[in-house]
Ligand binder design. Structure first.
Ligand code: IMP
Ligand code: MG
Length: 178
């Protein structure tokens, strides 16, 4: 594990500080609402768990499992919902929680799909925003960190299924395309 990634670009301490700030901001915005937060699995699991615990409101939780990448590091453009919501989101103020927005294809697909279920409002919160390879113009409501055009792992994000449990974000030194 130690061999393939470089130094952390976002440390655990920076992450915790930023998530506390986001939690406060989101709690203020959702105080008078009916918040239902949807975590996009698997990538968002770590961020989601930390974020909801920093939003001091009675929030409902639900999850979606999507599969996105065709190859290891390039977006395929195809997004598949592998496991769907368990709740009816109609009438709720839904916040989708993502690990990273890269091409924008996943969020724009999920936005359309969730809007069709008639939530009262729909916003997105992403831990990381990588704009360099955007294919779809998307509006992001809450962003943890802007990152450069590098493939990153840790804190939920994987490379071939691994490194999700790193407690910080690191850049992969070298990635071989499949
Ligand atoms: P999209 O390109 O915006 O559709 O993002 C699709 C998904 O690709 C994200 O939810 C991540 O799971 C994954 N992804 C994009 N960039 C990275 C990265 O740098 N590291 C790990 N996963 C990534
Ligand atoms: Mg993801």
């Amino acid at each position: 594990m130690e061999l393939i990634y470089g130094k952390p670009i976002i440390s655990q301490a920076e992450m915790q500080k930023r998530i506390r700030e986001l939690g406060k901001e989101i709690a203020e915005d959702y105080r008078e609402k009916k918040p239902l937060f949807v975590g996009v699995m698997k990538g968002a699991f770590a961020f989601y768990a930390d974020l909801v615990r920093n939003v001091h409101l009675p929030v409902l939780v639900d999850f979606l499992v999507v599969s996105s990448y065709g190859s290891s590091t390039k977006p395929s453009g195809r997004v598949k919902v592998v496991s769907d919501l368990t709740m009816d989101i109609k009438g709720y103020d839904v916040l989708l929680v993502e690990d990273i927005v890269d091409s924008g294809l996943t969020w724009s697909y999920l936005e359309k799909r969730l809007k069709a279920k008639d939530p009262r409002s729909l916003k997105v919160c992403t831990l990381l925003n990588k704009t360099a390879r955007r294919q779809k113009p998307v509006k992001l409501d809450y962003v943890g960190f802007e990152i450069p055009d590098k493939y990153v792992v840790g804190y939920g994000l994987d490379y071939l299924g691994k490194y999700r449990n790193l407690p910080y974000i690191a850049v992969l030194d070298e990635v071989e395309e499949e």
